[in-house]
Design a protein around this ligand. Structure first.
Ligand code: BES
Ligand code: ZN
Ligand code: ZN
Length: 498
């Protein structure tokens, strides 16, 4: 989709007309250059109350002597914040067949440039499909790329253009994340992810990607990553992303769980819906997508990221329940369930993060079914060792309408996880209850102190469990189905707004 901005009243293709509830006739600003037949038809529909402009509603109007329009509901004017505009924009794409063509001109009345930008953002985000694996049916008409023009007032052009450029770049990050999450696991395995990151980095002078391969991971002592990945013919690896690495000072560090397929390993999962476990690399997809969002929008600050890639398979080379492994931190873990593998790979990723002396660390992981039980598909679980930091992330999520809900990190949960008779810690709680919290408490043990000092303070850290929000979000109007690409926008917002 291409978006351009220009003052003036020309209408190319279909007119997209966002309206508030209660609008019973077109305003003068709407009418400029509008075909008379189309104008009277729209006015009739509004007067008769046939189109109520409820949020997420649309109506398509064809003028009898030419001219096409799509009325788009914004809901009540008093409630029309940028989230409403974003949703309304997404609705246009969800109903794109009703727009009659690919050339669209959006005309607003009384909207701020942020609101117009959000409308375009909603369109950009929703304009996504994952159909690379389908043969094109010869009879099927290809939908074609949308060419959207937004008309604005003189003087708004340059600010609106910059806002739209940012939304375009961030949406490309969301779509990259979704592509990675939707890709079938026979094509999206650890090395494939690493290769893609390597190729991707070539387009940016200020990005460096480093791959720690299997042999190097073994040599370095990444016992968590190795234990999880060694059961698969597709060997594990760690991918490190560095944006603007020459900049001085501390930088954010993002860490991703990247299980390209989670069978559960020897603690095999039940068969139903196991195919969905291809999205168990959603954390790494979030991280990669965020790097794309930042790099493509020309962000000049320093940001680092680590993705822990492995495929969790049962085989004669796989780890067993009962194994004790030694992680990069030196801490040993008694593996009581091989399906609790995300925390094992993250133990090495989090510890490795300390090498970068980061400002803070945020990890993203489709970590627990228990988090889906707790929060459904509506909110990401959010834990942190720093209350203010947790609040900042929660607020960044609210700013972009990606809800992350505060959850407790309690010493009791940590105690439950360290209760191993033969190792320093264990990867399973005492029972099912509080499973998302015990997982978070487990991770906390691997968050390094500043400069790895024994008695120093822990680096500010947050954990985001996206098991419920990275997939199957029914009420998220930016997404049709499949991988959601959640939190690329939250992170772009948090990082670029300091
Ligand atoms: N990848 C799963 C978590 C998951 C479940 C993600 C549902 C998305 C949807 C994770 O590796 C896992 O299997 N966790 C176990 C942990 C348990 C064995 C302590 C779980 O949640 O059951
Ligand atoms: Zn698992
Ligand atoms: Zn998993």
């Amino acid at each position: 989709m291409k978006v351009s901005v220009s003052p003036g009243h020309n209408i190319n293709g279909t007119l997209i007309l966002p309206l508030f509830e209660g609008t019973d006739s077109l305003l003068a600003a709407h009418e400029e250059g509008l075909h008379t037949a189309l104008k009277s038809q729209i006015n009739r529909v509004l007067q008769d109350g046939d189109f109520k402009a409820k949020l997420k509603s649309t109506m398509s109007i064809l003028g009898c002597e030419g001219g096409k329009a799509m009325l788009v509901g914004l809901g009540k004017e008093a409630d029309a914040d940028i989230h409403a505009y974003r949703k309304a924009g997404a609705t246009v794409i969800a109903n794109r067949k009703k727009a009659h063509g690919t050339e669209l001109t959006a005309r607003f009345s009384n909207a701020s440039i942020e609101a117009m930008g959000a409308f375009a953002e909603g369109m950009l985000l929703r304009d996504y499909s994952f159909d690379h694996y389908k043969q094109q049916d010869e009879d099927e008409e290809k939908e074609g790329d949308i060419d959207l023009r937004i008309t604005c007032d003189e003087g708004q052009e340059s600010d609106l253009t910059s806002i739209i450029n940012i939304h375009t770049g961030v949406a490309s990050g969301v779509h990259l994340s979704r592509d990675l999450g939707n890709r079938p696991p026979n094509d999206m395995y650890p090395e494939a992810f690493a290769d893609q990151a390597w190729e991707w980095a070539k387009q940016y002078d200020n990005v460096k990607v480093t791959i720690i391969n299997y042999a190097q991971a073994v040599k370095a002592g990444m016992g968590g990553l190795v234990a999880v990945g060694m059961g698969s013919a597709r060997k594990p690896c760690m991918v490190i992303f560095e944006l603007n690495k020459d900049k001085k000072g501390r930088a954010p560090m993002l860490v991703g769980k990247g299980i390209t397929f989670d069978t559960g390993g020897i603690s095999l999962k039940p068969g139903a819906n196991m195919d969905e476990m291809k999205y168990d690399m959603g954390g790494s997809a979030t991280v990669f997508g965020t790097m794309q969002a930042l790099a493509s929008t020309g962000f000049t600050g320093k940001v680092n990221a680590i993705t822990c890639m492995a495929e969790n398979m049962p085989s004669s080379n796989a780890q067993r329940p009962g194994d004790v492994i030694k992680t990069l931190s030196g801490k040993t873990i008694e593996v009581l369930n091989t399906d609790a593998e995300g925390r094992l790979v993250l133990s090495d990723g989090l510890w490795k993060a300390g090498e970068f002396d980061p400002e803070y660390i945020i990890d993203f992981a489709t970590l627990t079914g228990a988090c889906v039980v707790a929060l459904g598909h509506e909110a990401t679980g959010l834990w942190s060792n720093d209350d203010d930091f947790r609040t900042r992330i929660h607020e960044a999520g609210n700013a972009v309408d990606e809800l992350a809900w505060p959850m407790p990190l309690l010493p009791a949960f940590e105690k439950e996880m360290t209760n191993s008779k033969i190792a320093d810690t264990r990867n399973l709680g005492a029972g099912r209850y509080g499973g998302a919290n015990t997982a978070a408490a487990f991770l906390k043990q691997f968050v390094p102190n500043r400069n790895y000092e024994k008695d120093g303070e822990q680096i500010p850290w947050a954990h985001m469990d996206i098991a419920g929000t990275y997939w199957g979000a029914k009420t998220n109007s930016m997404v049709g189905h499949g991988a959601t690409g959640i939190h690329v926008r939250t992170m772009s917002h948090l990082i670029t707004n300091g």
